[in-house]
Design a protein around this ligand. Sequence first.
Ligand code: NG6
Ligand code: CA
Length: 495
Amino acid sequence: SCGASALLASSRSPAAPSRPPNIVLICADDVGYGDTGCYGASAVRTPNIDRLARGGVRFTDAHAAASTCTPSRFSLLTGEYAFRTPEARILPGDAPALIRPGRPTLASMLQGQGYRTAAVGKWPLGLGSGAIDWNSEIRPGPLDIGFDECFLIPATGDRVPCVYFENRRVANLDPADPITVSYQGPVDDGPTGKTHPQLLRVHPSHGHDNTIINGISRIGFMRGGKAALWDDETIADVITRRATDYIGRNAARPFFLYFATHDIHVPRVPHPRYASSTTMGPRGNAIAQLDDCVGRIIDTLEKRNLFRDTLIVFTSDNGAVVDDGYRDQSVEKLGSHRPNGSIRGGKGSKFEGGTRVPFIAHWPARIKPAVSPALVGHLDLFKSLATLTRASLPAGAAPDGEDVLPALLGESQKGRQFLVEQSGGLSLRDGSWKYIEPAQGPPISVNTNTETGNHPQPQLYDLAADPAEQRNLAAAQPARLEAMAAKLQQIRQRK
Ligand code: NG6
Ligand code: CA
């Protein structure tokens, strides 16, 4: 029923707001193109996300810049393709800060326009400058690239250290119980998933067999920090509470909130109150939890009378994956649910399921409900929101981003012409055409059961006629293939 309420729009006042809107950017994790009700799911109810879709612009061809988290978020915040930064790949929890101080970010741009800024939730972008001492102040971090405050999960839920990070320090750390972290090898003789599987309540299916925290084995080794350890069942509640508190504290000023949920990344351990929200087990229940958290953000804005004047963007950092390394029943209980809808591939794939994600822009004061086929990328938010807030960008800011504000606001159905999709190698979209560079490597990721899109020959698809990328037209259309390969090369070399 998304987008069905266009009639209601005409009764809304079109008057432009007198002050720039608050901006809440909700970036969910690993939520696929088909995982929410407004994008076709029926096995899980997502009334809050659907409400945003019904009242806003729901995009059908919006993309993360990459098919995994770190490069995706790097591009979201910097407006630059992550393939230009080779270190922007899936990172261990002790990696140094990827976005160095001095680089303009979406947050620093808004800060410069008088916004209060905060990052809450998952931060897989590194902290510090290497050899982190988790027991002292850690610099640089989000506070050095445009955020006034932050409350974070340092890497992802499946990686150590399993603690919250607030501004510049681990939160709730007892100095008498210091934290040691290593991704090289054990830091004590404590139990690991490998040595003590009998201690686990969530077992790995691949990897994830190092230090056990809360009965779940992780990637990496840690000891200490007992008082600071998070409780997996309450991560969503804790970070959502931080987000709504932040909104409450800043109700009187324009604010920017980057809310990066941990849901629905592994380990999927939603609060027990969602245990029967779906029949899909933890993965489905994590979607229900995510939707509930979106609802709490909406409620907070409504109670403060801010909902009308707040631009909410809801999206995901990459496509869906089902088994991502824990035996959490997600495969067995999937039923007929299609996490990536009818598009091909998923997280980590060169096919559309890698980067095409849910993307909704909701702003009652300015946006009329619509469904938009415009091709837009996360990396366009920087320039588009700069235009919206009348910021002049420093030279070199958001070098790969485009200003797609009219599309974002639903005033135009046209986004960008070209977009690079990164998933190991690169692919290029030219309107509805898709070129996938030749790549060695397995056609299927056996662990996750995802089609990678790797093929030693070039691939060319016409998504308008063949949305599921079934008919490779490379041999039939050599001229188009050559032109797209050349264009991709140009973009790669910034020409
Ligand atoms: C993979 C992990 C997977 C997930 C992913 C990153 C294993 C076997 N798999 O290496 O579980 O953590 O990295 O996900 O370790 S992302 O959404 O943060 O990019
Ligand atoms: Ca992700």
